[in-house]
Design a protein around this ligand. Structure first.
Ligand code: ZN
Length: 293
């Protein structure tokens, strides 16, 4: 189950009503364990798991482990012991610290890398355990971001940097539309949703979350539909996707709260909503804990 951003949003509204302005709308999404995510992906590949690859071991994961254990003749415990992990293609006991993953590799540690990269703001498509071009590019971008040598090979230094928690910003951003929160930042199926969905009625005014300058305002082929991107100070950038109309032009300065466009469902979208992304120096971060009423 997902956290309940809905309740958190209501709490935010209440706080605003009570005069506690600038109360954060919601708390950060919970990052699961990368080994558990790799295990879920391995179970999914074998047809035992259809849940989200979130690295959070719940009843669905335990049932999948049981089914796998029964299938391969291991003792059915629902817990992933060393034998179960090895049978799923995971590391043998004692070799975890010496992982090196690079292009062409497949399997457990590649899923771990993809999962950790996504949570640190560099998603690379499907969490499929295949180290292709997109994963390599994401690894390089993370290495540059983290001040590591940029070689696209994920060795102990890269994994060590990825084990640190994702960056937490102190920025306070205005909510672009009044809405009950939809999909949050985090794993979604076998992919990673790197933004926040705010379902609203078609044509709702979408406000800039902070003052800045418009860096992009056009149709985007990558699935965003009509997209506005605003560059703010201190390396912060925000994106507003699926708009029905633009209210700003590239190069224009915008104030906090100024309408940048109208909400819609253009691009890869199943209904009117704002897909909000927040980037810090190129890394995507969870917008929810930054939003204030
Ligand atoms: Zn979205």
């Amino acid at each position: 189950m997902r956290p309940r951003p809905f309740r958190l949003l209501l709490a935010g509204v209440l706080a605003a009503v009570l005069g506690l302005v600038a109360a954060p709308v919601g708390s950060a999404a919970t990052m699961g364990n990368s080994h558990a995510a790799a295990m879920q992906a391995a179970l999914a590949q074998r047809g035992h798991y259809v849940g989200t690859i979130d690295g959070l071991v719940g009843p669905m994961t335990r049932v999948a482990i049981q089914a796998f254990q029964a299938e391969v003749g291991l003792r059915v415990t629902g817990k992933a012991g060393a034998r179960t992990v090895e049978a799923l293609g995971g590391p043998a006991r004692g070799v975890q610290g010496r992982t090196v993953v690079q292009q062409g590799d497949v399997g457990w540690h590649v899923v771990r890398l993809q999962f950790l990269l996504a949570w640190h703001g560099f998603p690379s498509g499907k969490l499929d355990g295949v180290f292709g071009e997109r994963a390599q590019e994401a690894a390089e971008r993370f290495q540059r971001w983290a001040g590591l040598p940029v070689d696209g090979v994920a060795g102990p230094a890269t994994f060590r940097a990825l084990r640190k928690p994702p960056v937490r910003l102190k920025a306070r951003l205005s909510t672009p539309v009044a809405a009950v929160v939809g999909d949050v930042f985090g794993p979604r199926g076998d992919r990673f949703h790197a933004g926040l969905d705010l379902p609203v009625e078609q044509g709702t005014s979408v406000g800039a979350v902070k003052a800045g300058r418009v860096a992009y305002a056009a149709f985007h082929e990558g699935g965003f539909g009509n997209l506005v991107v605003i560059q703010h100070r201190h390396g912060l950038r925000t994106r507003y996707g699926h708009l029905s109309e633009f209210s700003v032009q590239v190069g224009e300065a915008v104030r906090r709260g100024q309408t940048v466009g109208l909400a819609g469902s253009t691009g890869r979208s199943t209904g009117p909503h704002v897909h909000l992304e927040v980037l810090f120096r190129g890394a995507m971060v969870d917008p929810l804990p930054l939003l204030t009423r």
